[in-house]
Design a protein around this ligand. Structure first.
Ligand code: COI
Length: 359
């Protein structure tokens, strides 16, 4: 449960304490941005408001029929003290794609970015300065009409929440243990797997919780038809590092409609290529992963996402038992790519892709 600060500036000693050790979204900044849509009148301008509970009618369409999509994005502080949003327009476009899949109103990207900029500007003093730390912004778009008939809502509210944050799996980037899901599936082609909708996360919870009870951090989802092709984790996309004759080669499952189009995933593909590391989006069979770990052809596996950044996977549970990936520790490619990403995010290296938006 997050702690909600009163709006405005907390006592400097409280703020310092929180920013030193924010955890993941434990402390709201106490402020939100709100944008609303109404059939007939369209989108409102963003409003910055104190954090408050949503006035929610129990018949709200978004609660019964799941018209709820969200984003996870970050603002970073650089060494000169300035603050920038990372790939804000790309997050706005992805929210639009998620909304379209669920027959919800699509917010114009410029409006999404404006709301983020206004919120981060108001909460600038809440952006921590540590390497890997950020202000995590969680825009939630929810259908708000009270209506029992099954149809798209005629009103929506988008609330942008903000929290100072460490990476969600911790700032020590301890390697994760994951286990392939054998009984359940997260998504099928033609479904909503690509949308960042609340229902996909709900659908993953049972298996993820069982995996955690068995000593893993996460469940690794396989495709819903053959149960053979690796898809993603419940919270992050995945990459594999293979030993080639010419050096390491990266692969990650393609965006075929069943996985979230990770913005960190896309950033890492670009950064890998910048670093001269070949990186391909291609189907990856779980058997090939298993064989690769056993033979040593697969030397590293890592997970990536906005909330968690880039984290090694050190142990993989499969039907044949647990396998240690490489030596079970973070490998050099994983470390290098996370460094490259964080360096751009904190403006330590030139932003050659135009990903930073100064606030
Ligand atoms: C993010 O990485 O921002 C996400 O939305 C994943 C979330 C489940 C923590």
């Amino acid at each position: 449960m997050s702690e909600t600060a009163p709006p405005g500036r907390p006592a400097p000693s409280d703020l310092d304490r929180i920013l030193r050790d924010p955890g993941f979204c434990r402390h709201s900044t106490g402020r939100v941005a709100v944008v609303e849509w109404e059939a007939g009148s369209g989108w409102s301008a963003p409003r910055i408001e104190p954090y408050a509970t949503l006035p929610t009618d129990p018949a709200t369409l978004g609660l019964h029929y799941g018209q709820a999509v969200f984003e996870g994005m970050k603002a970073f502080r650089s060494a000169d003290g300035s603050v920038s949003l990372f790939r804000a327009a790309d997050h706005g476009r992805r929210l639009g794609l998620s909304a379209a899949r669920l027959a919800m109103a699509e917010m114009p990207t410029e409006l999404f970015v404006r709301a983020c900029v206004e919120l981060v500007a108001a909460d600038e003093h809440w952006v921590p300065g540590g390497y890997g730390q950020s202000l995590y912004i969680r825009p939630l778009l929810l259908a708000t009409e009270a209506e029992m008939g099954l149809r798209p809502s005629r009103s929506y509210r988008c609330v942008f929440l903000a929290y100072p944050a460490d990476p969600c799996f911790g700032s020590d980037f301890r390697p994760l243990a994951v286990t392939a899901a054998t009984e359940t599936v997260r998504a099928v082609r033609g479904g909503t797997g690509e949308a960042k909708c609340a229902g996909n996360y709900a659908a993953s919870l049972l298996t993820r919780t069982e995996a955690q009870a068995a000593g893993y951090d996460e469940a690794l989802w396989l495709d819903g038809v053959e149960r053979r092709w690796v898809e993603e984790l419940s919270t992050m996309n995945v990459f594999f590092v293979w030993h080639g004759e010419d050096g390491p080669r990266l692969t990650t499952p393609p965006c075929d409609g069943t996985i979230v189009r990770g913005i960190t995933r896309d950033s890492l593909l670009a950064l890998a290529r910048d670093l001269g590391l070949p990186a391909a989006e291609e189907p990856i069979a779980i058997d090939a992963v298993r064989d690769g770990i056993r033979s040593g052809a697969l030397s590293e596996m890592f997970a990536c996402g906005t909330a968690g950044a880039v984290v090694a996977v050190g142990r993989l549970g499969t039907e044949g038992g647990d396998l240690v990936v490489g030596d079970g520790k973070e490998g050099p490619v994983t470390e290098r790519l996370r460094g490259a990403l964080l360096d751009v995010q904190h403006a330590r290296t030139p932003d050659t892709h135009g990903w930073l938006l100064p606030v």
